[in-house]
Design a protein around this ligand. Structure first.
Ligand code: F6P
Length: 322
């Protein structure tokens, strides 16, 4: 390997810059030329390539987002587009590609690699922590910390006004963010995508809390298919149980900010191991966390979404917030 490319794809996540820095510096250490591909697969198709040196990744370890930008690229679902991408990379003499992104980005990478016989390595980067075969995805820890800080602030105003709040967190169909935030904020209830909303149980819990002197109630809502489902829950609580509540959708605030120590550490390891995987010809693999250690797993095992939802986590949140 003399020259490698790397890109970010899908939603950004805090820690992507740490992975980028690790890729560039590990490559240079091994006399490999690192090339940044801007704006994901879309940028690849537009030939947005920038050769990187050690100083081009200076002073980025603490920055949120991604300095090389990212995108969602529906065109990459087409075989002919993926073929064109391989041609463009070969024209640049790029011999291997590192993709930092989520399951959608990995599915594109897998097809691209097998159809065009092009070496690919994945790095899981998404705040959702929902990729099969890895215990961790870059950005999750920072995102939950951001959400926890926000919920703590909401608790201040909720208890000042004796209010019920529905706080909606990101994570699409994954309950990872919601479950962890609920436990860490002492939320009175948590609504996750896979379980039908039990309004009676929520209302009973709120009323029980009020009768024993609680001044506020926080319900964490996982966003599900589409953001904004909290408004429907609010409406039902009002119409069926005469419970008035406020909604706060945290949204993209959870995607920004300086990465936590965990995200910096894991991302740095993953960036390093991804370049080594290319050097050692361990192609079509992904840098994953298994049993707490950063290692490699086959790309084919990292294509599915997972939801680490467990009944006992839900129970923990409920028992601790009676
Ligand atoms: O994939 C990460 C994520 O932040 C999800 O939690 C969320 O549902 C989605 O991206 C939002 O996507 P967009 O940035 O395109 O609005």
């Amino acid at each position: 390997m003399k020259k490698i490319g790397f890109l970010c794809s899908g939603g950004d996540s805090p820690g992507m810059n740490c992975a980028i820095r690790a890729i560039v510096r590990t490559a240079l250490y091994h006399n490999i030329k690192p090339v940044a591909i801007h704006q994901g697969y879309a940028g690849l198709l537009q030939g947005k390539f920038t050769p990187m040196d050690a100083s081009s990744v200076g002073n980025i370890i603490q920055r949120g987002g991604t300095i090389i930008q990212t995108s969602r690229c529906p065109e990459f679902h087409e075989k002919k587009t993926r073929k064109k991408a391989a041609e463009l990379l070969r024209k640049q003499k790029i011999e291997g590609l590192i993709v930092i992104g989520g399951d959608g980005s990995f599915n594109g990478a897998q097809l691209f690699s097998t159809e065009n016989n092009f070496p690919v390595i994945g790095i899981p980067g998404t705040i959702d922590n929902d990729i099969s075969s890895t215990e961790y995805t870059i950005g999750f820890d920072t995102a939950i910390q951001t959400a926890i800080e926000a919920v703590d602030r909401i608790r201040d105003t909720a208890s000042s006004h004796a209010r019920i709040f529905l706080v909606e967190v990101m994570g699409r169909n994954s309950s990872s963010i919601a479950m962890k935030v609920a436990v860490c904020t002492g939320a009175e209830n948590v609504i996750v995508p896979k379980i039908k909303v039990d309004y009676q149980e929520i209302a009973d819990g709120i009323n029980r809390g009020i009768s024993r002197g609680k001044t506020s109630s926080i319900i964490i809502v996982a966003e599900g298919e589409k953001e904004g489902r909290s408004y429907e829950i609010q409406k039902n609580l009002r119409e069926k149980f005469q419970l008035d509540s406020r909604v706060c959708i945290l949204g993209h605030v959870q995607r920004g900010g300086s990465p936590s120590a965990l995200d910096r550490y894991v991302a740095s390891h993953m960036g390093h191991i991804a370049v080594k995987a290319l050097i050692e010809k361990k192609f079509n693999t992904v840098a994953v966390v298994k049993n707490g250690k950063v290692t490699l797993a086959p790309l084919s095992e990292c294509l599915a979404k997972t939801d680490p939802f467990k009944e006992d986590h839900l129970l923990l949140a409920k028992i601790l917030s009676i």
